[in-house]
Design a protein around this ligand. Sequence first.
Ligand SMILES: Nc1ncnc2c1ncn2[C@@H]1O[C@H](COP(=O)(O)OP(=O)(O)OP(=O)(O)O)[C@@H](O)[C@H]1O
Length: 293
Amino acid sequence: MTDDTVFDVQHLTVTFGKKKNARDAVKDISFTLKQGEILGLVGESGSGKTTTTRVLTRLLSPTSGEVKYKGTDVTRFNAKQREEFRRQVQMVFQNPFDSLNPRLRVGEIIAEGIDNFKLANNKADREKQVIDLLQAVGLPKNAIDRYPHEFSGGQRQRIGIARALAVQPSILCLDEPVSALDVSVQAQIINLLKSLRVKRDLTFLFIAHDLSVVNYISDRILVMFQGRIVESGPTRAVYQNPLHPYTQSLLSAVPTTKLDSPITYEPFQGQPLGVQGNFVEREPQHWVLENDI
Ligand SMILES: Nc1ncnc2c1ncn2[C@@H]1O[C@H](COP(=O)(O)OP(=O)(O)OP(=O)(O)O)[C@@H](O)[C@H]1O
């Protein structure tokens, strides 16, 4: 592990259910997330993306394997490390309609984290921080006194992003952050995230079932299928030369238009043909089916 590794995941397995009903949602996956990178985690529904993220964010314990954050096992944090981790690693959720408290004004929603971590010196500083955050995500100052239902889906996702940024995190785990949005709005949010990453020196774990979104934003891609990582590598390599049949089938559902113009696509449905067997490492960054070598 090098110094710029923030997450180091080794042989992570997560099993739900007991005995006869036991089912591995995540099976023996290993990967790292480096400081400053955008790592795209892609796969169809049920492939284990959210479960992986829940372990990384300490919402779920591993059944076996290990997740280290900056060198320390996340299940062995002391109280101070837990608190600091809670601030540094923030989630942005898929559904901006469900994830914002409808009874709170936007200013209060954003300020919750500032209050929890005592990040404001006084009331005026707290308000200034909220206004700066609204501006950073492209919302007007007067949004502070309004309620979530007064905003569109894209604007609500901007509020969700501002709320995550309020605690000055270093890592955002974005779980399908644009999947619930109209395609015309997706590009705006992706572009906002890309610029925030640079301006605020952030690291992203970006989850999506859609390879076109991941292709547009990620430096590196992990492809998950049935709980395993079946392929990984730099975005361009995976996108231009997918080695695994599952990745190829995901790519066949990807639009050819760029995200800065309106996109339409047919999502991948069903099981890709020929995807079974053991997965083995072929190159440092690529896993393919054993019988494909
Ligand atoms: N708490 C749970 N109890 C039992 N099974 C679960 C639980 N959470 C997830 N699973 C199962 O684990 C598998 C992986 O689910 P997970 O949500 O991680 O996949 P995903 O790739 O994120 O899919 P989605 O995009 O639909 O969220 C699925 O079969 C799911 O039904």
